[in-house]
Design a binder for this molecule. Structure first.
Ligand code: ARG
Length: 269
């Protein structure tokens, strides 16, 4: 199967102030030591790789006392040049949102709005071809689906997450190509599983072990899949489908519950 990489545009945030000081997901244990330089090294590796692959990467300035700001995917959803900026569930991250509003305004986006309902951006809203897949259950409000559908004028597939370890949609499901996805069925309620099976009968189903290795928190450009190297079977499964898999160490970022995808917000002009 021949795959084609499409050049992408990403927004990333350097983990200058990365830390695990509070716990808002089951991965975060503030009593464990974190290393800022390890986080910076892992982030830079992903960043430089995306640039080397020919993608355009822009930066948003990190802010002191916002230790989760490295997870730029949560900042907004950006489709057709319109930016719907996040409204975070937890007070610890709320101050990230104004920085995104400002970034998109300053960078010439014609429509920039902060979501009215709790909405954690591309953490929970993944664009796949003409559709937007939406996750709720832990972070984004179910009502955010309607707001996203109206704002972007796109069909939204609402999915319900049920396992707190997979608290954002991008920890349970990844978009590989326009209409091709991979996911961990056990992260979803039975109705959502049925919906996914109906819409994506050829999806790659990922087992729990690889999902726990952050295998679904992957970034694909249609050919290259950049993914945590803590997966067992996923690399071979993706290679069999014609993808070029690039594994990377994100263990430091995983202490906060994030990996490759969490660090990249895709901008669709
Ligand atoms: N510690 C962050 C939080 O709990 C991690 C966010 C990961 N981002 C993501 N897109 N899944 O909010």
């Amino acid at each position: 199967m021949s795959r084609i990489a499409r050049p992408r545009h990403y927004l990333m945030c350097k983990p200058t102030f990365f830390d695990v000081r509070y716990s808002i997901n089951p991965w975060m244990d503030p009593s464990l030591a974190t290393s800022n330089s390890a986080a910076l090294g892992q982030w830079k590796w992903v960043h430089d790789l995306l640039v080397d692959l020919g993608h355009h990467v822009e930066h948003i300035q990190p802010i002191p006392d916002l230790p989760d700001m490295v997870f730029a995917a949560n900042g907004a959803t950006v489709v057709d040049g319109k930016a719907l900026v996040a409204r975070f569930r937890h007070a610890e991250r709320a101050d990230e949102a104004p920085a995104y509003v400002e970034w998109f305004r300053r960078n010439g986006f014609r429509e920039v709005r902060q979501a009215a309902y709790v909405n954690e951006g591309e953490g929970d809203f993944l664009t796949a071809g003409r559709h937007i897949l939406a996750g709720s259950g832990f972070r984004s409000d179910p009502a955010a689906c309607r707001e996203v559908a109206e704002f972007f004028g796109r069909e939204v597939l609402a999915l319900n997450l049920v396992d707190p370890r997979f608290y954002h949609l991008d920890t349970a499901l990844a978009v590989l190509d326009d209409d091709e996805i991979m996911y961990n069925p056990r992260a979803f309620c039975p109705e959502s599983r049925d919906l996914l099976a109906q819409h994506y009968p050829d999806a790659l189903l990922v087992d729990e072990e690889d999902a726990l290795g952050f295998g679904l928190n992957a970034v694909s450009d249609g050919l290259h899949v950049v993914v945590s190297d803590k997966v067992v079977r996923l690399g071979a499964q993706l290679a069999e489908r014609g993808f070029h898999v690039i594994g990377t160490d994100t263990t430091e970022l995983m202490k906060s519950g994030g990996s490759v995808k969490c660090c990249t917000l895709e901008i669709r002009r």
